[in-house]
Design a protein around this ligand. Structure first.
Ligand code: M6R
Length: 357
């Protein structure tokens, strides 16, 4: 039920900090140690490469998962769009582990890959919000997202839940390999949950940004580097699917290889700047687009902010920034759709669960 909320999407955006805390609780024992299915740990230990298979928003979460798993557990990870993988399978490593990410657990494109790789004899883990779903039943192992029912077609809390569970998987894999981390991952997740809460409390600021940048826009660009880039892909998808503004996410460095030709007077450009190692580079990109007339907004992070940044996010661990960076982008998409009179929860031509290939 929506309760006092005008839309499920807004309710689900607001639920994200609660979902984070549920995940932290579900995957920890009373001694604050990670509690993950032992078979999942063995499967990860036994593999030489992880293949993440997903669609849409879940695919975007997969890219953040790749970064976290590779950085923390030193296991190579590939991320594939399910429909492409089906018909154009890459050369596989000797001991692959397939990880399917799916909110619904019913996505036909992902299932087609699952059926194929099971027939080839490979192990599969499904990360889903619906444990009894097809992808969960047909895989060897399941990790639950604990996000609660997600009703709005635009996925929000499932995305952040997927990233949190992938981070926990990465930590478990690191522990299994005897790698010691120099931070407390569960504490960092809890800090991220608090930061998300601070952001969901700032809806008015987001609505104002929509009025200034997106209400009348025909198109919009999201730019970012490193982990911000993957959040840009997600921000663009959110905006497209519910507000019908043509939007694209780009790696900042790719701008000069073509995209910058599209920037004209007033083009909205949303830049993410939450990564210390690319802060200088992404800011040069902002200058480049502003010099060509872009109506830019910069979303940065405490500690890396500069004068005139549009919005400064609370500081969180560098590997977990997507959890907080995505929140303002979800809210931007929501208010853009609202101000443009779109059906926020049920955008045209879309279904919550895509059960045909
Ligand atoms: O249920 P799934 O996570 O497998 O769904 C995948 C996509 O269909 C889904 O994320 C879709 O892109 C959403 N509408 C995005 O908001």
């Amino acid at each position: 039920e929506k309760g006092t909320y005008p839309h499920f999407m807004l309710k689900e955006i607001d639920e994200q900090p609660i979902v984070m805390r549920k995940i932290i609780k579900a995957y920890q024992n009373e001694n604050n140690e990670l509690k993950l299915d032992r078979n999942v740990r063995e499967a990860i230990k036994a593999c030489d490469r992880i293949y993440i298979i997903a669609c849409g928003t879940s695919y975007h979460a997969g890219w953040t998962g790749k970064q976290v798993i590779e950085k923390l557990a030193a296991i190579p990870v590939e991320v594939h769009v399910a429909s492409e993988f089906s018909y154009n399978m890459p050369l596989l490593s000797a001991k692959p582990l397939f990880v399917f990410i799916s909110q619904s657990g019913e996505t036909a494109d992902s299932r087609a890959v699952l059926v194929k790789i099971k027939a080839m004899g490979y192990p599969a883990l499904t990360i889903t919000n619906v444990p009894g779903s097809t992808l969960s039943r047909e895989a060897d192992y399941t990790l639950h997202l604990y996000a609660g029912p997600e009703i709005a077609v635009a996925s929000t809390k499932a995305y952040t839940a997927q990233i949190a569970v992938l981070a926990i998987l990465a930590v478990d894999a690191a522990q299994a390999k005897g790698i010691t981390l120099d931070f407390d991952p569960m504490q960092e997740l809890a800090i991220a949950a608090n930061a998300m809460e601070m952001l969901t409390d700032q809806k008015e600021a987001m609505e104002d940004l929509v009025v200034n940048h997106l209400e009348k826009a025909r198109h919009a660009f999201f730019i970012g580097r490193s982990s911000d880039y993957y959040v840009c892909l997600e921000g663009a998808l959110k905006l497209k699917e519910i507000s019908y503004i043509q939007a694209e996410g780009f790696a900042g460095g790719e701008l000069k290889h073509g995209t910058i030709a599209l920037i004209e007077e007033g083009t909205p450009v949303i830049a993410l700047a939450t990564q210390a190692n690319v802060n200088y580079a992404i800011r040069s990109n902002v200058q480049e687009v502003v010099a060509r007339g872009a109506n830019a907004m910069v979303i940065s992070m405490k500690g890396l902010e500069q004068e005139n940044d549009t919005f400064v996010l609370p500081h969180v661990h560098a590997l977990l920034t997507p959890l907080v960076t995505v929140v303002p982008l979800q809210l931007l998409a929501y208010y853009a759709a609202l101000h443009r009179g779109c059906d926020v929860d049920k955008p045209r031509n879309l279904a919550k669960s895509v059960t045909v290939e």
